[in-house]
Design a protein around this ligand. Structure first.
Ligand code: SD4
Length: 344
């Protein structure tokens, strides 16, 4: 976006209004930036980066959201699937080495970002999924326990009472817009492109974080419980490299939140980092990364944050119905800062 952006800045504990330009903020390092006003996660990562590595900061920040069940959409006890189970997706990427660890459809282990880090540290693989990811986690010392809470059980039973609406099946019978399953393929296929998922602030958030250390080394991470009432086995964009997040040494990192079924078809985080590598500001790169998605899916709901290794950052969003809020901490912000980014 060429014209100056009006970014409203909300400061916690400090009554100061900062003005940001179209290019976001350029500040000294280190930098922690993450999706949504998950400020405790930002602060946890900020505290870790003072003495630890950027990878440790990512794990600490995302783990904080998992244990605090940020918005009910990160960690245990949220987004029950069709059978009422909470499953988790997470990833961590080291931009300096391009090492990645990720988990999809992780069951019965709370610390998904911790397991993702273990995949990176203790295997030569990139992505583990489902029951086998849980077995790996247990082998690596993570506790196996139920992720169901009273709240997630209630969400699931109201969904059943509501004839399983909203519902993500299509081309099946009985009609999934009116009835629960079990379903069978229907003889006729119809196009589903205009369908808008019931995604909003309180049912569908992900923590996506980029950390740049004081020497400009960078990494990215995500953690989410995905989408409420998803078809069991569904994995979103969050653990997919280049979709949920991406980082590249000497350039920067990006992370995404929103409709992962759509976003993973466009790799917006990878695109944002490549655009920064080609000279775009993080703000411009974030905007450009979601443009192809909007073109193909005009009702797309989601957002991308981006930061470069100099400490400049930006964000872009579409379809949220209100500005996208994201959290930042750097020596330039007197404390953790929540920025509101109007959507395209
Ligand atoms: C997913 N992208 O599983 C995640 C969820 C999310 O805002 O970010 N919601 O599709």
């Amino acid at each position: 976006m060429a014209a100056p952006m009006r970014l409203r800045v909300l400061l916690f504990d400090v009554a100061v209004l900062l003005c940001f330009s179209a290019n976001g903020s350029a500040g000294p390092l280190p930098l922690v930036i993450n999706t949504w006003p998950f400020t405790n996660a930002t602060l946890k990562a900020w505290s870790e980066i003072q003495t630890g590595s950027y990878l440790d900061a990512l794990v600490a920040g995302c783990s904080e959201c998992e244990s605090q069940q940020c918005d009910g959409t990160v960690g245990y006890g949220g987004s029950p699937d069709e059978i009422g189970e909470t499953t988790l997706d997470a990833m961590i990427m080291d931009g300096e080495t391009h090492d990645v660890g990720s988990v999809g459809d992780l069951r019965r282990v709370k610390n998904a970002i911790g397991v993702a880090r273990a995949v990176m540290d203790y295997t030569q693989h990139t992505l583990l999924v489902g029951e086998s990811a849980k077995d790996f986690a247990v082998e690596m010392g993570f506790k196996e326990e139920s992720l169901t809470t009273n709240r997630s059980a209630e969400i699931h039973s109201s969904w059943l009472q509501n004839k399983c609406q909203p519902n993500y099946r299509q081309n099946v019978s009985p009609d999934p817009t009116k009835s629960c399953g079990p379903y069978k393929p229907s003889s006729k296929l119809f196009t589903h492109r205009d369908f808008v998922k019931p995604i909003h602030r309180w049912n569908h958030d992900t923590i996506g974080m980029v950390v740049v250390d004081k020497d400009g080394k960078t990494g990215s991470g995500t953690s989410t419980n995905g989408l409420s009432h998803k078809v069991p086995g569904r994995v979103g964009d969050s653990p997919i490299v280049g979709a949920g997040s991406y980082a590249s040494g000497g350039v920067g990192g990006a992370a995404a939140t929103g409709d992962g079924d759509i976003m993973m078809r466009f790799l917006p985080s990878f695109n944002a980092v490549m655009m920064m590598a080609n000279g775009d500001t993080p703000q411009k790169a974030a905007e450009k990364s979601i443009m192809p998605i909007i073109k193909a899916y005009p009702k797309f709901v989601g957002a991308v944050i981006a930061a470069n290794t100099k400490g400049t950052y930006g964000a872009a969003c579409h379809g949220l119905g209100s500005p996208f809020k994201f959290s930042v901490r750097s020596p330039d912000t007197p404390t953790v800062t929540v920025i509101e980014q109007p959507c395209i």
